[in-house]
Design a protein around this ligand. Structure first.
Ligand SMILES: O=C(CO)[C@H](O)[C@H](O)COP(=O)(O)O
Length: 220
């Protein structure tokens, strides 16, 4: 299984974002957290900033929308050319229609679930998406502790993906670091978002390499 490490720029220096994305060129994708101060109690940036990042980033953008009314806004991020656009299932009135709108515009479509949201209703929709993001903290802020109680959702997802022979990436986000990434890999994750565990280190390249090795050692 291919392991992907996606550093989250939520933990980067916001006044030097071009430099901050250039520093993580050895990663797979740059994870871009869009927050609206409504779906989550934090505010980051919107389409203008994502469009600019898209034009300067050495690696593709993995956009994570933590915004209300995802049906309305998600397709626009795909139109910007983002590699993937993930929206929260809790914030969408029609998950399938929104995923299709993202795919129709050429991006990979992802759905995300908060720690308290059951995954069962979405297991039968996996053919409609390219990736599923299991939040391993309450969305909104970096630097929180990994929630191991979310791991049964990954196991259920991995089992469903295997059973149906699908190529759906399983992503985790929140508290991913050297001491937790193996737990998530063991449970079935293949794509790992890490904010403070990358940008909190002096050597971001070293952090990416170590996280990749730790995840690979636990992937089966
Ligand atoms: O989506 C997020 C928060 O909602 C961030 O991507 C996540 O918290 C990354 O930060 P860290 O790795 O420090 O937990």
């Amino acid at each position: 299984m291919t392991v992907r490490i996606n550093p989250s720029i939520l933990s980067a220096d916001f006044v030097n974002l071009q430099h901050e994305v250039e520093r993580i060129a050895t990663a797979d994708l740059v994870h871009v957290d869009v927050m609206d101060n409504h779906f989550v109690p934090n505010l980051t940036f919107g389409p203008q900033m994502v469009g600019r990042l898209q034009s300067v980033s050495p690696i593709p953008l993995d956009v994570h929308l933590m915004i209300s009314d995802a049906d309305r806004w998600a397709p626009g991020y795909a139109e910007l050319g983002a590699f993937s656009v993930t929206f929260h299932a809790e914030a969408a009135a029609d998950v399938v229609a929104t995923a299709r709108a993202i795919r129709d515009r050429g991006s990979r479509a992802g759905i995300a679930v908060k720690p308290g949201t059951p995954i069962e209703p979405y297991l039968e929709l996996l053919h409609e998406v390219d990736q599923v993001l299991v939040m391993t903290v309450e969305p909104g802020f970096g630097g929180q502790s990994f929630m191991p109680e979310t791991m049964p959702k990954l196991r259920a997802l991995r089992e469903a993906v295997r059973a149906h022979g699908l190529d759906v990436w399983l992503q985790v986000d929140g508290g991913i670091a050297l001491d937790t990434i193996g737990i998530a890999a063991e449970a079935g994750a293949d794509t790992f978002v890490a904010g403070s565990a990358v940008y909190g280190r002096d050597s971001v390249e070293g952090a990416i390499a170590e996280l990749r090795a730790a995840a690979t050692a636990h992937t089966h």
